[in-house]
Design a protein around this ligand. Structure first.
Ligand SMILES: NC(=O)C1=CN([C@@H]2O[C@H](COP(=O)(O)OP(=O)(O)OC[C@H]3O[C@@H](n4cnc5c(N)ncnc54)[C@H](OP(=O)(O)O)[C@@H]3O)[C@@H](O)[C@H]2O)C=CC1
Ligand SMILES: O=C(O)C1=N[C@H](C(=O)O)C[C@H](O)C1
Length: 267
């Protein structure tokens, strides 16, 4: 069995810590390095587990990525884009969970995938990706007469809105209906808004406490409504999905993939 040498970016963050634990628990993976921003360096990336790893948290990319074949990055767009450039240059494969990229950031990821292999997904849980498939089917079956609203709730610390997952759900539904989310997405309502445009897809965001991540899509008709919901109760599902993505990349030299590719849902 070939061992996966994995570095973790954002090592001290909510996802970073769960990822370090998941890599350490995986029989086929080795924690080869850990990165975080300057000022967050630490002597041992797994000290919080009470089981030293011998891997320090570094802010210097060359040091933190020495010996890494994969970088799992759940940080912020500005950090991911720096890591992306380094990984593309050095042939390190990337699993990107960071959300909140603008169009230029997404284009940089597409370009980097010509030089290294990347899985980029706003949500690495199996359940959310299966939910996306259900949404595709529901949207096609409920194409007329049903108003579509995406409602998401996350913890108080989340900095981007709507969540990357909510936006992806909107895109999946818009694609299934032949609409363009850039045109039909409604991201805020206040004051005298007028009646709802039936071709719109609305978004509502809730932030509070320690909510890990809830997403509901409402298809509201006259006389009935359908709700398709996914609720995360642990970040372990995201970490396990990210590890699965590394295994998927093992035989891919270049290319941009998502969790549909990893899970074989692209049918
Ligand atoms: N795709 C998926 O399945 C999931 C995606 N996410 C996404 O992952 C990202 C991280 O989430 P979460 O772990 O909760 O966030 P945290 O804020 O807990 O962790 C982010 C880590 O990255 C560090 N960081 C921030 N900016 C920089 C920078 N410029 N350079 C280097 N390091 C930096 C932070 O340091 P500091 O604290 O000092 O800012 C922190 O250690 C978010 O975009 C979130 O939406 C989250 C869960 C699942
Ligand atoms: O910030 C989070 O926590 C999460 N972010 C991702 C997103 O923006 O969709 C995935 C998950 O919902 C948790």
């Amino acid at each position: 069995m070939t061992e996966l040498n994995i570095a973790i970016a954002g090592a001290g963050g909510r996802m970073g810590r769960i990822l370090i634990e998941a890599v350490r628990d995986a029989a086929d993976a080795r924690l080869s390095g850990a990165l975080d921003r300057a000022g967050n360096e630490a002597a041992d990336a797994a000290a919080f587990l009470g089981q030293p790893s011998g891997v320090a948290v570094e802010s210097d990319l060359a040091t933190g990525l020495a010996g890494a074949h994969y970088l799992i990055d759940f940080t912020r767009p500005e950090a991911t884009l720096q890591h992306l450039a380094y990984c593309a240059e050095h042939g390190i494969k990337l699993v990107i969970g960071t959300t909140g990229f603008d169009d230029a950031g997404k284009a940089a990821i597409v370009a980097a995938a010509e030089r290294t292999a990347i899985v980029f997904s706003p949500n690495f849980s199996v359940g959310v990706n299966v939910t996306m498939k259900l949404l595709e089917q529901a949207a096609k079956a409920l194409a007329t007469g049903y108003d579509i609203e995406v409602i998401e709730a996350h913890h108080r610390f989340k900095v981007d809105a709507p969540s990357g997952t909510a936006l992806k759900m909107g895109e999946v539904i818009a694609d299934a209906l032949g609409r363009d989310l850039q045109q039909c997405g409604v991201f805020a309502r206040e004051g005298v808004t007028g009646e709802r445009d039936p071709s719109s897809i609305g978004f509502a965001t809730i932030r509070g406490g320690d909510i890990v991540g809830d997403h509901t899509v409402l298809f509201a008709g006259i006389g009935e409504r359908i709700e398709i919901s996914h609720k995360s109760s642990s970040r372990v599902t995201y970490a396990n999905g990210a590890l699965r993505a590394c295994r998927f990349l093992a035989d891919k030299p270049t290319g941009l993939f998502d969790m549909y590719d990893v899970l074989g849902l692209n049918t």
